[in-house]
Design a binder for this molecule. Structure first.
Ligand code: NAD
Length: 250
């Protein structure tokens, strides 16, 4: 593995599991100081211990906790170079527009979209002062193509993440800050496994549409996160960066 992030500080939300955990590991292996944010204390602490970073218990829907997360990164390591705003939840059980209730809709927007707004709002002031930063917001391939599995709240929340990332990437590029939306295809993580356990047919339906013929492993998404975090992606800005095995192109 290359060491592209020596001396950089990376905040990762949802670092306790899945894509966040694999990315925390990868960023640390490339030399970054990793600040592991999660609402789940046990998983978040384990991630911090393993990566040699620090854990901050932060619910990404809570503005004060999000501010404290980025402040802890700055206070401990002296900079905020990378913000991987990744925490999110899967769709409610029946997320068809005909069934999903207003409360379920609001909850998904809060955890998947408002959280990204709060994290960007907290991270960007540090990055402006440094005149350097990479923000990576986890959207999803569904923001590009629709899921065709009745996930209205989830797909809408990810579309919002994508549009917000583009807007911010354009606004702050001249200040040395890049903002990209990461769009993973279906990834073999606890989030996906739970979804498929409830509806096994959904897994089979999904699989036939992935040209690569399998789900991604979290490490394959983490490799893209490390690229977007590093100066190797210095001309990559305001994109929807697809890592989806070809599903959105098929
Ligand atoms: P995961 O469930 O394995 O991990 C999510 C982590 O986020 C958990 O550790 C959880 O505790 C944490 N979290 C949940 N709510 C939180 C909150 N309010 N505050 C702080 N932390 C919170 O999920 P994953 O599959 O790794 O998904 C990570 C991101 O990737 C999500 O935004 C998800 O929507 C997105 N995504 C996943 C897939 C996939 O197929 N797995 C595909 C595209 C996009």
């Amino acid at each position: 593995v290359c060491r592209r992030l020596v001396g950089r500080t990376a905040v990762v939300t949802g670092a306790g599991s899945g894509i966040g955990l694999a990315s925390a590991r990868r960023l640390a292996s490339e030399g970054a100081h990793v600040v592991c944010g999660d609402v789940d204390e046990t998983r978040g602490r384990a991630a911090a211990e393993e990566t040699g970073g620090i854990f901050v218990k932060a619910d990404v829907t809570d503005a004060e906790q999000v501010e404290a997360l980025f402040a802890a990164a700055y206070d401990t390591y002296g900079s905020v170079d990378v913000a991987f705003n990744n925490a999110g939840i899967s769709p409610p059980d029946d997320d068809s527009i005909l069934e999903t209730g207003l409360e379920a809709w609001k909850r998904v927007q809060e955890v998947n979209l408002t959280s990204v707004y709060l994290c960007c709002k907290a991270a960007i002031p540090y990055m402006r002062r440094q005149r350097r930063g990479s923000v990576i917001n986890t959207a999803s391939f569904v923001a590009r193509m629709g899921a065709a599995t009745s996930q209205i709240s989830y797909t809408a929340s990810k579309g919002g993440v994508l549009a917000m990332s583009r807007e911010l990437g354009v606004q702050f590029a001249r200040e040395g800050i890049r903002v990209n939306a990461l769009c993973p295809g279906p990834v073999n993580t606890p989030l996906l496994q739970e979804l498929f356990a409830k509806d096994p047919e959904r897994a089979a339906r999904r699989l036939v549409h992935i040209p690569v013929g399998r789900f991604a492993e979290a490490e394959e998404i983490a490799a893209a996160v490390a690229f977007l975090a590093s100066d190797d992606s210095s001309f990559v800005n305001a994109t929807d960066f697809l890592v989806d095995g070809g599903i959105s192109g098929a």
